[in-house]
Write a protein that binds this ligand. Structure first.
Ligand code: NHR
Ligand code: GAR
Length: 216
């Protein structure tokens, strides 16, 4: 068995996606281990959760009055020290400078709570409810400089149900996040998924559309 892939997770909040990937690794379900967690927010619950899982967790806050570039450079140094083969954004809420996305190009994933290319950016559950859409979901994609626009790998669809509020809808979406994010990390660890020429490839085939999962 090859050594498991070293994965660093960038977090800002709860950390449930980080934990789902970490647990899949510890269970031996995927050939990857979360070996470091970095938060941009000192109080993030994800930090405590990581330590409970035996993972080294650090906080790197942006220095006051420093710009996106300076933070990107600092974060790059901190992340590189962990020698990751893959970096995952797991509820990380800060836009990354191109200096960071270029350095990790092809080794940087995000989970976004919408069916991209629909609803890039923030407050996706609210926007889906306000638009009266019947289907929602989440997407794992490679991160590029352009926000939420990198090549998509796998997407899970869930229905929007009568009476849904943001809490109910986000819970239905997140149940699938915890399935498809470890799955995509497992594919990456096995060398099955890669980004080449700005395109996602799975098993040597270009993914013009992401792999589809979910309830609809
Ligand atoms: N960075 C780059 N360059 N490219 C992507 O695709 C990125 C990224 C950084 C984060 C996650 C993303 C999401 O899944 C992500 C993808 C934060 C914002 C945002 O507007 C938008 C998208 C995502 C994450 N952040 C505000 C900012 O000015 C701050 C908001 C806050 O702190 O509450 O950084 O949705
Ligand atoms: C997840 O639902 C993720 O899709 C979303 O935040 C939640 C984080 O939960 N990400 C974004 O909105 C990125 N802008 P977690 O901290 O429990 O993984």
């Amino acid at each position: 068995m090859p050594e498991p892939l070293r994965v660093t997770a960038l977090v800002s909040g709860r950390g449930s996606n980080m934990a789902a990937i970490a647990r899949a690794g510890l269970a031996g379900a995927i050939g990857a281990r979360i070996t470091a967690v970095v938060s941009d927010k000192p109080g993030a619950p994800a930090l405590g959760l990581a330590r409970e899982l035996g993972i080294e967790a650090t906080t790197l806050e942006p220095a006051k009055d420093s710009g996106r570039r300076a933070y990107g450079e600092d974060l790059l140094r901190v992340v590189d020290a962990g020698r990751p083969g893959l970096v995952v954004l797991a509820g990380f809420m800060r836009i990354l400078d191109p200096v960071f996305t270029a350095h990790y190009a092809g080794r940087l994933l995000n989970i976004h709570p919408s069916l991209l290319p629909r609803h890039p950016g923030l407050h996706t559950h609210r926007r889906v409810l306000e638009a009266g859409e019947a289907v929602h979901g989440c997407t794992v994609h490679f991160v590029t400089e352009e926000l939420d626009a990198g090549p998509r790998i796998v997407q899970a669809r869930v229905p929007v149900l009568a009476g849904d509020d943001e809490t109910a809808l986000s819970a239905r979406v997140q149940r699938w996040e915890h399935i498809i994010y470890p799955e995509a990390v497992g594919w990456f660890a096995e060398g099955r998924v890669a980004m080449r020429d700005g395109i996602a490839w799975l098993d040597g085939r270009r993914l013009d559309e992401p792999v589809l999962r979910g309830e609809t």
